[in-house]
Design a protein around this ligand. Structure first.
Ligand SMILES: Nc1nc2c(ncn2[C@@H]2O[C@H](COP(=O)(O)OP(=O)(O)OP(=O)(O)O)[C@@H](O)[C@H]2O)c(=O)[nH]1
Ligand SMILES: [Mg+2]
Length: 165
């Protein structure tokens, strides 16, 4: 089964996104050789079923904490064909360096601008098409707590899988 890894900084909505994609059933296990817990579940997107992995929060792709080492290992060793980089869109500038680290490592990520409801409340408008052009990757806006944007995200995942997996 092909894998989708959900990655990003702490507290950006990764686990809510994981629940959106997988429904209620998940298995929890310690990553081998560590005390770090990793959640795994299944998602049907289009006609394909994927294993979805909710990774521990990471600030950098160059790991300092055990959690960051586990997330890096999942990305590099398990070779998920889809990597969803979830960010808190309110803190776009602070969060994009991690996206760039992924791209520099040759990883084809889909950038998910989550918590876009609070961005709107602040009166901020993010130019998503411009960001897509600059980064040359799909960029999708979501509100993971309401499910807004999930259909579009699934569509982008399908396109990505057809092209790259
Ligand atoms: N307003 C708003 N809140 C959100 C959204 N997505 C997640 N949240 C809230 O953000 C908080 C963190 O969500 P989690 O899914 O636990 O975040 P996480 O990335 O898994 O956090 P860690 O596992 O600690 O790294 C929760 O209180 C969510 O309800 C969103 O789109 N809009
Ligand atoms: Mg979480």
């Amino acid at each position: 089964m092909r894998k989708i890894a959900i990655v990003g900084s702490p507290n950006v909505g990764k686990s809510v996104m994981f629940n959106n994609l997988t429904g209620s059933y998940a298995t929890v296990s310690n990553y081998p050789g560590t005390t770090v817990e990793v959640l795994r579940g299944k998602a049907r997107i289009g006609s394909e079923e994927f294993e979805v992995i909710d990774t521990p929060g990471m600030y950098s792709f160059l790991p300092i904490t055990e959690e960051e080492r586990v997330s890096r290992a999942i990305i590099l060793d398990e070779q998920p064909c889809v990597i969803l980089h979830i960010i808190d869109a309110k803190n776009l500038e602070r969060m994009l360096p991690l996206t760039l680290q992924f791209l520099e490592a040759g990883l084809l990520v889909i950038l998910v601008l989550n918590i876009i409801d609070e961005v709107r409340d602040l009166g901020i408008n993010i130019d998503v098409l411009h960001l897509e052009k600059e980064l040359n990757i799909p960029v999708v806006e979501t509100v993971s707590t309401t499910g807004e944007g999930m259909d579009i995200l699934k569509g982008r995942i399908e396109e990505h899988v057809k092209r790259f997996c």
